[in-house]
Design a protein around this ligand. Structure first.
Ligand code: DQA
Length: 146
C-alpha cells in the first residue's frame, strides 16, 4: 500500500465557513476535506486529513508523518507566523512539505508576512481559497512521484 498524503490544518480552521467569510469563504473544512480526497484519489492516493487548535498536537502529527506519509500539506494558520517548534519539527521530515493558505498572507497585515513554515517547505500555495488545498495536494502527489 502506498503511503497517504497528510493534510494538516491549524488553529481556527475548524470554524471555516463561519470564520471571516469575506476572507476565507463559506466552504467548511469538511468541504475542503472532500476536495482533497477527490484530488488525491485521481492520482490513486489517500489523504489523512486532520485539524487541531493545539500546537503540540500538530507537532505530534508532523512527527508521525516522518514514517507514515509520502508527503505533507500543512496550513499551520496562525502558528505558521509564530511557531519555531513547528518549524523545527518540519525540518526533520525527509518527505516533501507543501505550505498552504486559503488567503494570501503576503497581501494582508504585516504580522502575517513572516512564516516559519515556508523556509522548510518545497513550495507555497496561497490565495486561492479551498482550491489552494487542492493545488497543494496535486503538488504533493507530484513530489511523491505520482
Ligand atoms: C491562513 C492565513 C493565516 O495568516 C491565518 O492566521 C489563518 C489562516 C490562511 O489559510 O489563509 O489562520 O493560514
Amino acid at each position: 500500500m502506498s503511503k497517504p498524503i497528510y493534510v494538516l490544518s491549524g488553529p481556527n480552521l475548524n470554524l471555516l465557513g463561519e470564520r471571516e467569510p469575506a476572507i476565507y469563504g463559506t466552504a467548511t473544512l469538511a468541504d475542503v476535506k472532500r476536495l482533497c480526497e477527490a484530488r488525491a484519489a485521481a492520482k490513486g492516493r489517500q489523504v489523512v486529513f486532520r485539524q487541531s487548535n493545539h500546537e503540540g498536537e500538530l507537532i505530534e502529527w508532523v512527527q508521525e508523518a516522518r514514517t507514515e506519509a509520502c508527503a505533507l500539506v500543512i496550513n499551520a494558520a496562525g502558528y505558521g507566523h509564530t511557531s519555531v517548534a513547528l518549524h523545527d519539527a518540519l525540518k526533520m521530515l525527509a518527505i516533501p512539505v507543501v505550505d498552504c493558505h486559503l488567503s494570501n498572507p503576503a497581501a494582508r497585515e504585516s504580522f502575517r508576512h513572516g512564516s516559519y513554515v515556508s523556509p522548510v517547505a518545497r513550495g507555497v500555495v496561497s490565495g486561492f481559497g479551498p482550491a489552494s488545498y487542492e493545488l497543494a495536494v496535486e503538488a504533493a502527489c507530484g513530489l511523491a512521484g505520482d
